[in-house]
Design a protein around this ligand. Sequence first.
Ligand SMILES: Cc1cc2nc3c(=O)[nH]c(=O)nc-3n(C[C@H](O)[C@H](O)[C@H](O)COP(=O)(O)OP(=O)(O)OC[C@H]3O[C@@H](n4cnc5c(N)ncnc54)[C@H](O)[C@@H]3O)c2cc1C
Ligand SMILES: Cc1cc2nc3c(=O)[nH]c(=O)nc-3n(C[C@H](O)[C@H](O)[C@H](O)COP(=O)(O)O)c2cc1C
Length: 484
Amino acid sequence: MKRSGAWVAAVTGLLLAMLAVIAVLLFSLQPARFEWRDPGSRRLLVTAGSVTFYLMLFGLLGWRRSRRDRQRNSQAGDAVLVIHSSQTGHAEQIARQTADALQAVNVPAQLVALELLDAAMLGTARRALFIASTTGEGDPPDAALRFIRQVMMEAPELGELRYALLALGDREYSQFCAWGRRLDEWLQEQGAKPLFARIDVNNADPAALALWRSQLGVFAGHALDHWRQPEVRQWQLIERRLLNPGSAGAPCFHIALAPVSGNSGWEAGWEAGDVLALQLPGDPPVLRDYSIASLPSDGGVHLLVRQTRRADGSLGVGSSWLTQSGEIGGTLPALLRSNSSFHAPDDARPVILIGNGTGLAGLRALLKSRIASGAHDNWLIFGERNAEHDFYYREELLAWHGQGALKQLDLVFSRDGERHEYVQDRLRARAPALREWLERGAAIYVCGSAQGMATGVDDALHEILGAAGVEHLRESGRYRRDVY
Ligand SMILES: Cc1cc2nc3c(=O)[nH]c(=O)nc-3n(C[C@H](O)[C@H](O)[C@H](O)COP(=O)(O)OP(=O)(O)OC[C@H]3O[C@@H](n4cnc5c(N)ncnc54)[C@H](O)[C@@H]3O)c2cc1C
Ligand SMILES: Cc1cc2nc3c(=O)[nH]c(=O)nc-3n(C[C@H](O)[C@H](O)[C@H](O)COP(=O)(O)O)c2cc1C
């Protein structure tokens, strides 16, 4: 298709040249036979003229089309693809900053999620920047599965591609930046050439991020001065309520924070699924993530926070400020981070929300947003220890259930029965209903502890649906996780 315009122009040029040669031959070799007054000679001339005119018109159109194709291709080829592969939004945020900074120095940049990339798009790109996070135990983000199966398996030839890769991870995990490393190796195997060596980032290390920015400056031919920092704002603690008095587990609190807008007129905006990152004192400051449990229409950010005690008995920095030391009315800096892979579906399809403990936070925000939009096909499977002490947001959940806005509610209190039952066990027991909901197009959202709960739920799903069934859900974006 790309070359059709050029091809038409070339063929037309050839035809014109042939016609010119024939005309010259006609006139030069048989001048005596051509007579103006002879109708036959005149018809011949008119026919030759018309054919020449149409061929020229055809050629001109072909040439214009070829020029337009060339321009369009060169524009697409010139745009740098900024590709993110993210589980909880950090990579997506850095990709956005990267694309904005490049645009600011007139380097066209196109932001794209790895899961939306196909082999043809990558095969025709000439420059790409990858920002890839590792999750689980050295795993790629859930959404990357589609790319792995459809693009990596296809092994496209990438000899024309120059790329750079920023790998996000944490050295506390045994397989540091494993997904970024795997992607880097694969790109080189396909023939792509690195613009500069891969940069591995340990726990959002500012020095590594500064190196990425300066290397990109060299690549762009301009220092990237317009690096839009995430908007760190002051948030005021307006409410703290213990939700589990008498619990066998650590204290868990409902926390409400309101943005301090000051004179800037700034209004906080976020979606269900997003995260609030606290900026705690340190050099450099430390960021802490909490899943948001409310919508902007609630007037502030609600969090569900477990007071964390370390092995030496001391309280964790972030959770202790929120649950104990921070004064009501006191403020602390924090930023909102979009976590688009945990946003609600944009249609009214059924959703199955599975979580334990503070994982109810993200699920509560999703439920609120679904109910606000009139989507009532919601099923919550929530697990904690005892119904008497650990049934967070009891009245709210029961009211939604009673109104039909939460169609199915499974409460799994592991220490209430004789047999310890967890959310994954309940999922197995409800296998026929799970299949029926999935047949109706349901999406599964899992929020809460990575160890134990999320792995247990994943195992249960594999047992019920088989590996292919689970992969199909992940690939089609119908199995999403916000686990920690
Ligand atoms: C996506 C996501 C969502 C989450 N949602 C929730 C939620 O809804 N509710 C909830 O209770 N918890 C949630 N968590 C866990 C939460 O972020 C904290 O890990 C937890 O509250 C303990 O933090 P802490 O600061 O109290 O403990 P700490 O032990 O002080 O800190 C925990 C970790 O922070 C790092 N850290 C702390 N101080 C420093 C420092 N000075 N320098 C470098 N690193 C440091 C260390 O890696 C340490 O292991 C979530 C985590 C993630 C990743
Ligand atoms: C549940 C969980 C599992 C993680 N597993 C790994 C890992 O195996 N290796 C690693 O290097 N980093 C690991 N990390 C650290 C993340 O890669 C790092 O926090 C990154 O900034 C997250 O980026 P994202 O928000 O784009 O997903 C993990 C983080 C979480 C919350």
